[in-house]
Ligand binder design. Structure first.
Ligand code: SF4
Length: 322
């Protein structure tokens, strides 16, 4: 096995979100993932039908359980995290599905219910690039004006419209550009989500997506490998052999390439990810999150490089507001 399994200090080579929060707040701040009961317009016909080809839709079934109230989720999450990490400050991470997909008052009510907790310093709002009306951006900007830490997480996945169509995203790169620029105008930091190993994509496509996101200007990035999970169209492709997930070594190599080409001002919120063991079919290596992170760090170490070392952007080209 070429990579060590003990956690290394990735933040010596990558500008991580944990490092950013520690520097800004002088203490550990932990994100608590929340399920606020939203759904998705890519399934109900408003933006598209059928959902993304990789998205597990079990939770959309009529028998899916309602999530617990947000207060209860926060309480449970902070208790576990405080015990494990000692963190005393938290961010509410509206993670599940499309967290801007409701009338403005309903959004405000949910966001406010999390922000009113004194140990919650802000929110991260995960959503689709084509589902963020100006009024929602204004609401987020108003929280920021009150001193809250606010991030808008946009699931772009790829900057190639052919790929976006192939995976049935139901939005285009132009949608992402419009929302990212509208957020930047208000000083709201955007974290772009990119998936490595989408059907028909490899290193070249990943580098191209990064380049296009950087050209628009971005404050943060999240990378993860494409997961094949049960009850998806991607799972059928994988079972038929028409889709092959990336090998771990290839994922690590591409991630290192992306990190080297990312300006040091941009914050990496995530460099890998996994899906629930109950539904994950492939690739099996993505269960081992720390091993993957160690491998990325080891690869950067082997190259004797760090974030921004192969970057051809000057800092004035960035609209980063974080
Ligand atoms: S991945 Fe996100 S945008 Fe795509 S169908 Fe699932 S919830 Fe909707």
């Amino acid at each position: 096995m070429p990579y060590p399994v003990l956690p290394r200090i990735l933040s010596a080579r990558v500008h991580t979100f944990g490092q950013y929060l520690l520097q800004r707040y002088g203490q550990r701040v932990h994100k608590l993932a929340l399920h606020a009961g939203f759904t998705c317009p890519n399934r109900d016909g408003v933006k598209g039908h059928g959902g993304c080809t990789f998205c597990n839709n079990v939770s959309f079934s009529p028998n899916a359980q309602e999530p617990p109230p947000l207060d209860a989720q926060l309480e449970a999450g902070r208790t576990v995290v405080a015990k494990r990490t000692g963190a005393r400050r938290f961010m509410g991470y509206f993670q599940a599905y499309t967290n801007t997909y409701d009338p403005l008052d309903a959004l405000r009510q949910r966001y406010d219910s999390v922000l009113r907790h004194p140990d919650v310093i802000g929110l991260s709002i995960g959503t689709r690039p084509d589902c963020v009306p100006e009024a929602v951006l204004d609401l987020l900007a108003s929280y920021q004006a009150q001193g809250k830490e606010i991030w808008l997480e946009l699931g772009l996945q790829s900057a190639d419209d052919r790929t976006l169509e192939r995976i049935n995203r139901g939005h285009t790169f132009a949608d992402y550009r419009t929302t990212a620029l509208a957020a930047a105008q208000r000083g709201i930091p955007v974290c772009a989500h990119l998936i490595i190993g989408l059907p028909g994509e490899g290193r070249t496509a990943a580098l191209s997506s990064l380049q296009q996101v950087l050209e628009i200007g971005v404050a943060g990035l999240k990378l993860h490998p494409l997961h094949v999970v049960q009850h998806t169209r991607l799972a059928l492709d994988w079972q038929r052999g028409s889709y092959q997930p990336l090998a771990r070594a290839d994922y690590v190599d591409i991630c290192a390439d992306l990190v080297e080409r990312t300006p040091p001002t941009v914050i990496y919120h995530r460099l890998t990810g996994t899906a629930s063991r109950d539904i994950l079919l492939a690739p099996d290596w993505c269960h081992q999150k720390w091993a993957v992170l160690n491998a990325i760090e080891a690869e950067l170490c082997r190259r004797d490089s760090r974030q921004g070392d192969c970057c051809n952007f000057s800092h004035h080209q960035l609209v980063s507001s974080a």
